[in-house]
Write a protein that binds this ligand. Structure first.
Ligand SMILES: [Zn+2]
Ligand SMILES: [Zn+2]
Length: 139
């Protein structure tokens, strides 16, 4: 059987599945993710065709967070769930919403140039000032 993962929001209304490999997890320190999550987001990603909503599509709302992307949350419990670019070729998924064990691996920090003044990065993972240009979108 090919690699599969499932997850969902806090209240269980929204459930999803990914098929195939997930991108290593990036911790994002940008200001949009800070406001959206309350602190930081850690996210993996898969190509759009490897992502499927199993349940609760009607309770999911997509919010246009910038000119180039939108973010999805559960309208019942408010969980921050997904991020996708305008052209919708892949979906980033918050690492914390996967069922455990997820088998995901933390890989690096991005947008560390935008860290808030209270943030502490206490691991030895690579830190990128912005989004690493050489980093593949999801592989
Ligand atoms: Zn929910
Ligand atoms: Zn971010």
């Amino acid at each position: 059987m090919s690699e599969q993962r499932e997850g969902g929001c806090l209240c269980g209304s929204v459930r999803f599945r990914t098929a195939g490999p997930c991108r290593p997890v990036m911790v994002c320190h940008c200001r949009q993710c800070a406001r959206w999550s309350g602190y930081l987001i850690a996210a993996t990603a898969v190509p759009a065709e490897s992502f499927e909503i199993l349940d609760g599509a009607d309770r999911l709302r997509w919010y246009r967070s910038s000119g180039t992307a939108e973010r999805a949350f559960c309208t019942i419990c408010g969980s921050s769930l997904f991020w996708r670019p305008k052209d919708n070729n892949y979906v980033a998924i918050m690492a914390g919403v996967f069922d455990q064990p997820s088998g995901l691996k933390l890989d690096c920090h991005v947008f560390v140039g935008n860290c808030a003044d209270y943030e502490v990065i206490a691991d030895a993972l690579p830190q990128h000032e912005g989004y690493p240009v050489t980093y593949p979108e999801w592989s």
